[in-house]
Write a protein that binds this ligand. Structure first.
Ligand SMILES: NC(=O)c1ccc[n+]([C@@H]2O[C@H](COP(=O)([O-])OP(=O)(O)OC[C@H]3O[C@@H](n4cnc5c(N)ncnc54)[C@H](O)[C@@H]3O)[C@@H](O)[C@H]2O)c1
Ligand SMILES: [Fe+2]
Length: 387
């Protein structure tokens, strides 16, 4: 019997005004890492700096982290940290800001290490000799505040690199519903369905364990019950809190059980056509449930536990409530025409098959299965079952 492990942040503070917990940090200097404008505009950066100041911690802001953060952005942030010498790194923003801050942290602790050296899974050297890490998410989807992952882009090579290391699991996650309450409806829908897909994929993953399945189940329940309300009434802090909890729980499941074909196919479709990650997931997931149902009884188990008649119908109903179309053809995404889709289909299917997430999907899918699912999801046709 193999020895397994299960990692999550040491502390998770959650609830209205949870950001106030920053006042209890012990230290002298903090680097706050954030994205473009939203966190500044809505006053969350000033609020964080003020709380830290009251607790005796001086802070700097490292801003301008772009969506899909680049290696250059990460290096720039690490340089600023090397000058300032913080003992806390506090990431405030969406998955992009938190992911970038995680790798800045690595280059701050180990300036001599190259990006190439940390790309192989688990190769990151030990962190926490100079600083500890707090993540405060402003979207409810990636769960970067929980996970051992960071996704960094090399624009020169047009490559997105998933960096994986238990070292990067944050020390503290703070889930404060005020932050996501400023998300517009489309980002709420896309990131919320990303969380749903994390939970659904962790549920049926062949690496699922008794330490992951309960979190996946609860995340599915919370997204089902709260995403339509968070989408329609963004200022409802109760719905926002429940979506934050859902995302974090799904993160606790997938950082330990990994993902599956929804993410494999979405990653490569995103790479080719820049379709927003959560949106691509949401369109793909009903097709992949139909495929996976041949190989797993976990959906039926989840439906029974959650008292939902059918998990596929459940996500299709949610998609409809969030105005997410049923197929990529219906989505009519700029540049994603049938002609261009067919032109890259073989290459994209091969790459999606090779994505690490495919390894934990039930049913040992082959390249032809991946291609068949892509076609079904593009044209909105039923998938071909094997039995
Ligand atoms: N680390 C992980 O485990 C993990 C998992 C999945 C994806 N990712 C990565 O995370 C990134 C995506 O993160 P994301 O989906 O959170 O989006 P994001 O961080 O890229 O943000 C998307 C947009 O929403 C805006 N925004 C964020 N919060 C807001 C708020 N509260 N109010 C108004 N606007 C707001 C941002 O400014 C940005 O324009 C990608 O790079 C993806 O590859 C990481
Ligand atoms: Fe995702």
């Amino acid at each position: 019997m193999a020895i397994m492990s299960y990692s999550v942040p040491r502390e998770i503070y959650y609830g209205e005004n949870a950001m106030g917990k920053l006042a209890e940090l012990k230290g002298t200097k903090a680097a706050i890492v954030t994205g473009g404008h939203s966190m500044k505009k809505f006053g969350f950066l000033d609020k964080a700096a003020e709380i830290l100041k009251k607790g005796g911690i001086e802070s700097i802001i490292i801003d301008g982290v772009e969506p899909n953060p680049s290696v250059a952005t990460v290096r720039r942030g690490a340089e600023a940290m090397l000058k300032f010498e913080p003992d806390w790194i506090i990431a405030i923003g969406g998955g992009s800001a938190i992911d970038a801050a995680k790798v800045m942290w690595c280059f701050y602790e180990h300036p001599e290490v190259t990006f190439e050296e940390i790309v192989p899974v688990g190769s990151m050297p030990a962190l926490r000799t100079k600083a500890k890490f707090v993540a405060i998410p402003s979207t409810s989807g990636t769960a970067s505040e929980i996970t051992a992952f960071s996704v960094i882009t090399d624009p020169e090579k047009s490559m997105k690199y998933p960096i994986v290391s238990g070292e990067m699991v944050p020390d503290i996650a703070i889930l404060d519903p005020e932050l996501p309450s400023t998300m517009p409806p489309d980002i709420t829908a896309n990131t919320g369905m990303d969380a749903m897909c994390h939970a659904l994929e962790a549920l049926v993953s062949i690496a699922a364990t008794p330490f992951t399945t309960p979190y996946a189940l609860e995340a599915i329940r919370l997204v089902t019950d709260n995403l339509p309300e968070a989408y329609a009434h963004g200022k409802n802090l109760d719905a926002r809190m429940k979506m934050h909890e859902a995302s974090a729980l799904a993160g606790m499941a997938f950082t330990n059980a990994s993902l599956g074909l929804v993410h494999s196919l979405a990653h490569k479709l995103g790479g080719e056509f820049h379709v927003t990650h959560g949106l691509a997931n949401a369109i793909l997931v009903p097709y992949i449930i139909a495929y996976n149902e041949q190989f797993t009884d976990q959906y039926a188990y989840a439906a029974e536990v959650l008292k939902i008649d059918n998990l596929s119908a459940n996500v299709q109903r949610l998609n409809a409530q969030l105005s997410i179309p049923k197929s990529f053809q219906e989505l009519n995404w700029d540049g994603l025409t049938a002609e261009k889709f067919e032109a890259v289909l073989d290459r994209m299917s091969q790459h999606a098959f090779e994505d690490p997430c495919t390894l934990t999907n039930p049913g040992t899918p082959c390249v032809a299965d991946v291609k068949m699912i892509y076609k079904a999801a593009f044209y909105g046709t039923p998938i071909e079952l094997q039995k």
